[in-house]
Structure formats: structure tokens, C-alpha cells
Design a protein around this ligand. Structure first.
Ligand SMILES: CC(C)(C)CCc1c(C(=O)O)[nH]c(=O)[nH]c1=O
Length: 314
């Protein structure tokens, strides 16, 4: 079977990549992704200035013996926009496409980064993290539809209507799928949607210590891994159905060829891995590629297009 695909007219060897934030914050990690079998890669969401992020422990796997997922409250640790912009200048685009993720602390910071990116005329593809913080006390951008609309209006014009994408938090209400998609569909230059970011503000408790297990935010943090797969698949399919002009990137709960197959069936063109990559490292791409290929072989599929978006209903 052939795992090759295209994204925004760019050829990829396979549909697998990292989720922003995982194994992509510093040069050594980016080089490891460059050398890996990932079909594409994305950088850690960056802010204009470098950030240390939150105190540790800030990432933990849950249920150690049977890790069903992870909880994190990293706090946007990153080397700052200039560092990742420099990486876009030294990335080997022949080997795989590169996405750059931004998560400005203010609208102006987002616009400043976008302006520099536009002038850089780089092949890197912009993914804007809509879980980026909003005005303190207000919901994150992805959950504040007016603020999201304003941001997209400013950002798409700031980027000269060049193709870009958004990373969305998970939604849990059909009315929210409808409302978010209606906003996104008003911006044709939003060429792709990445669903989902972690499920926000979960709480993990250790009964031996009778304590939370991460330090920041009284133990509250974003949930990833097996726990989020059904919600991730729902968001991928909801936006696939509502945004026929846009490509969907699936993210959430992928740890083997099985979940990658599900995401593609649900409508994902590319598939990102976060928690599983964090735990296994970049060798995971070779493993999941082989597993996906084996599933396709067994089903008689020779290309991804034969089942992409072909989820059946009853
Ligand atoms: C949650 C924010 C810190 C506002 C954005 C960065 C981010 C983080 C993070 O850096 O804590 N973790 C996630 O699982 N998703 C994210 O988008």
C-alpha cells in the first residue's frame, strides 16, 4: 500500500506527524523529527519572547501501569519566535513539509509574528493555536467566538490571505461545531483545521499521596492520549462535514495504525501524535506507518484516498 499523500499541494511520504508541543521545542528535537520517518513536522507553539513556562512537574502520564493518557500544564515554554523562524530557514523541505505553530499572548503579538513570517516568504505552513490565552478571566480564544472571529479577520488579512491553519480546542456541543465552522468558513485562506488540542482543565489524583500530580494550576491540566480519542474523532468528522473546502488534520489519541486509520476514515488528511510520541520517541513514526500499511493491506486499500473521509453511518 502507498501511504503517500498531499497537503496544500505539497507531497508527503506519509500522513503522520507530531502534535505541536511534543518533541519540537529545541533544535535537537527538531533535528530528530527531521531525521525521523514522520511525513511532516510542526514546531512548539511559540510566543514573541522566549518563555520558561510553568514549574515542574508539569507533564505526567496517567495510570502508570496502563497509561491511558497524559495531563499537562506546560505553560507555553518555548525558545521564542525568532528561534523557530531561524529553524524554518534551515529546515530540509525536500524531506518533509514543516509547520510553524504560533500562540501569541496578545493579538498584537500574533500579528507581529505573522508579519515577520509573511516577509520571510518561507515554505513553512502556519498553524495558529487558538487555545492561546485571551484576556485574563475570559475563555481561551477557541471558546470565545467573537474574539476568534476578530482574530481570524486580523490574522488572515495580516498574512495577505496566504494559506494558514488553526489548531482548535475540542468542542462538545453540536451548536458549537456549527458556530465554530460558520466562523471558519468565512475565511477561505484558513485552508486547514487541526482538531483537537488537549481537553482542557482535567484533574488527576494520586490516592497514595492524596495529591494532584502536576504542580501548576492546582493540578489542573490538558488531557491527552486514549482518554481523548472519541472526542478527537468527533471533532475531526464534525469539521470534515462542515468545512468541505478545508483540509482536516487529526490529533488526539493516536498511538497505533488503528487510531490513525480511524482519523483518516473520519476525514483527517494528516494525523498528529502527541502523548504517544512523548512516551515512545520519534521511532513511533516507523512503527505506526507499518501498522497503518498492514491495515490497508488487509483491507485491500492501495492508497489513503480509497478510505479518506469514507466513514459509514448506520
Ligand atoms: C494552554 C496554553 C499554555 C495556553 C497553550 C499551549 C498549550 C500547552 C502548554 O504549553 O501548556 N499544552 C497543551 O496541551 N496545549 C496547548 O495548546
Amino acid at each position: 500500500p502507498n501511504l503517500a499523500t498531499t497537503f496544500l499541494d505539497l507531497p508527503l511520504n506519509n500522513p503522520l506527524m507530531n502534535a505541536s508541543g511534543v518533541w519540537c521545542s529545541v533544535g535537537s528535537q527538531l533535528e530528530a523529527l527531521q531525521e525521523s520517518e514522520a511525513g511532516a513536522m510542526v514546531t512548539k507553539s511559540c510566543t514573541l519572547q522566549p518563555r520558561d513556562g510553568n514549574p515542574e512537574p508539569r507533564y505526567r502520564v496517567l495510570n502508570g501501569d496502563k497509561p491511558w493518557g497524559s495531563i499537562n500544564s506546560m505553560g507555553l515554554p518555548n525558545e521564542g519566535f525568532a528561534y523557530y523562524l531561524r529553524y524554518t530557514e534551515r529546515h530540509d523541505y525536500e524531506s518533509k513539509p514543516l509547520f510553524i505553530s504560533i500562540s501569541g499572548l496578545t493579538l498584537d503579538d500574533n500579528l507581529a509574528m505573522i508579519d515577520s513570517l509573511k516577509d520571510a516568504v518561507t515554505p513553512a505552513i502556519l498553524e495558529i493555536n487558538l487555545s492561546c490565552p485571551n484576556v485574563p478571566g475570559k475563555a481561551q480564544l477557541g471558546y470565545d467566538f467573537d474574539a476568534m472571529d476578530t482574530l481570524l479577520a486580523e490574522v488572515t488579512s495580516g498574512y495577505g490571505q496566504r494559506a494558514l491553519g488553526v489548531k482548535l480546542p475540542p468542542y462538545f456541543d453540536i451548536a458549537h461545531f456549527d458556530e465554530a465552522a460558520a466562523i471558519l468558513n468565512r475565511y477561505p485562506s484558513v485552508a486547514f483545521v487541526t482538531c483537537i488540542n488537549s481537553i482542557g482543565n482535567a484533574l488527576a489524583i494520586d490516592i497514595d499521596s492524596e495529591s494532584v500530580i502536576i504542580k501548576p494550576k492546582d493540578g489542573f491540566g490538558g488531557l491527552g492520549g486514549d482518554y481523548v480519542l472519541p472526542t478527537a474523532l468527533a471533532n475531526v468528522n464534525a469539521f470534515y462535514r462542515r468545512c468541505p473546502e478545508k483540509a482536516i488534520i487529526g490529533c488526539g489519541g493516536v498511538k497505533s495504525g488503528q487510531e490513525a486509520f480511524m482519523h483518516i476514515l473520519a476525514g483527517a488528511t494528516l494525523v498528529q501524535m502527541g502523548t504517544a510520541l512523548y512516551e515512545e520517541g520519534p521511532s513511533i513514526f516507523g512503527r505506526v506507518k507499518a501498522e497503518l500499511s498492514e491495515i490497508m493491506e488487509k483491507k485491500g486499500y492501495s492508497s489513503l484516498s480509497q478510505f479518506h473521509g469514507k466513514l459509514k453511518t448506520l
